[in-house]
Design a protein around this ligand. Structure first.
Ligand code: PBG
Length: 325
């Protein structure tokens, strides 16, 4: 009779043994909760394709953020839904724009207990739904967009953001934002760069959440990355770090586990992964049908993202999972 040299099952026998030897520890400290705040509504509005997620009023946003703080979640990232949009997306840098008002109110509510991040983009604010301003040819015009991003960064910083998170995938966006922040008295505001952001079908429910539809049935393939490319993600990340990114993000999460691992190995800054709206919605929809165990699947997926190398995870499961950990 011969025995294997190692019997791996011995250390799997009891929950305590498994806990002791676990290589990955998902913690509430890893979580960032994405929150939507909408201008001019009196009641929070459910988002059909994101069960359990709402468009907040300023009041419900304060309450939700306070509850997340009590649950130990260290950070939120804000997305605004303005009542009026225009070609430039000027609501994004209006000092009284919805995210700026929300940042001031949340600082008041939670002090420094919660890291306040602001998604920095124009798509929620433009009437055509693109992440930048359009040139005469109808394409998103890179450098004029950078000028607008700088304005947004300054408005968000002035309103109290700890971290701005540029998500528009324009070339040079991190450098332009860093220069604007440093040149206008905000050297302490950090940049979490959406560095490797793929043109993904998994953002569908998010676009419902922020009332965005891209003009003429267009898409973002002209500026977001092709999901077939991984080396290109490392080039994006390297440039963002060179331009001053304090942390870099890979998005979506589950569809990019290889990229998360490669980025973690390539840089020393913190790596974030965004478990996006479609990833959340798929779990919720299947769980609603009784096809999978929702909370168990959420924990499994987020642990896999952590195992791949993410130091923090943006997830719509933040509140739910904080209770399970
Ligand atoms: C752009 C932005 C998007 C998401 C985060 N920031 C949408 C897009 O690129 O089309 C998607 C997040 C998600 O799907 O959860 N402001």
């Amino acid at each position: 009779m011969s025995f294997p040299a190692r019997r791996l099952r011995r250390l799997r026998r009891t929950p305590a043994l498994r806990r002791l030897v676990a290589e990955t520890r998902l913690s509430v400290d890893d979580l960032v909760a994405p929150l939507f705040v909408r201008e001019d509504i009196d009641e929070p509005r459910p988002i059909a394709s994101l069960p359990g997620v709402v468009q907040h009023t300023l009041d419900s946003l304060r309450k939700e953020t306070a509850a997340l703080a009590r649950a130990g979640v260290p950070a939120v990232v804000l997305f605004g839904v303005p009542s009026a949009k225009d070609a430039e997306g000027s609501g994004a840098w209006d000092p009284d724009g919805i995210v700026q008002v929300a940042l001031r109110e949340l600082r008041d509510e939670v002090g420094d207990e919660v890291v306040l991040m602001a998604d920095l983009c124009l798509d929620e604010y433009t009437d055509h739904g693109h992440c930048g301003v359009l040139g005469p040819d109808g394409e998103v015009d890179n450098d004029p967009t950078l000028e607008r991003y700088a304005r947004v960064a300054l408005a968000q910083a002035a309103a109290g953001a700890d971290v701005v998170a540029p998500s528009g995938m324009m070339d040079g966006q991190v450098g332009a934002i860093r220069a604007a922040l440093d040149g206008h008295g905000h050297p302490a505001v950090a940049i979490l760069a959406y560095a490797a952001k793929y043109a993904s079908s998994l953002y569908g429910p998010f676009r419902d959440a922020v009332d965005v539809s891209i003009a003429g049935g267009g898409d973002r393939r002209g500026y977001q990355q092709d999901p077939r490319n991984a080396r290109e993600a490392l080039a994006e990340v390297a440039l963002d770090v060179e331009e001053g990114a304090d942390a870099v993000m890979v998005k979506p999460a589950l569809a990019s586990l290889d990229v998360i691992a490669a980025v973690r190995a390539a840089v020393d800054v913190p790596v974030a992964a965004y478990h996006v709206s479609g990833e959340y919605a798929m779990v919720k929809a299947a769980a609603e049908r009784g096809w999978i165990d929702g909370p168990a699947t959420a924990l499994e997926q987020l642990s896999a993202v952590k195992r791949a190398g993410a130091d923090m995870i943006l997830t719509y499961f933040a509140a739910e999972v904080a209770e399970l950990l």
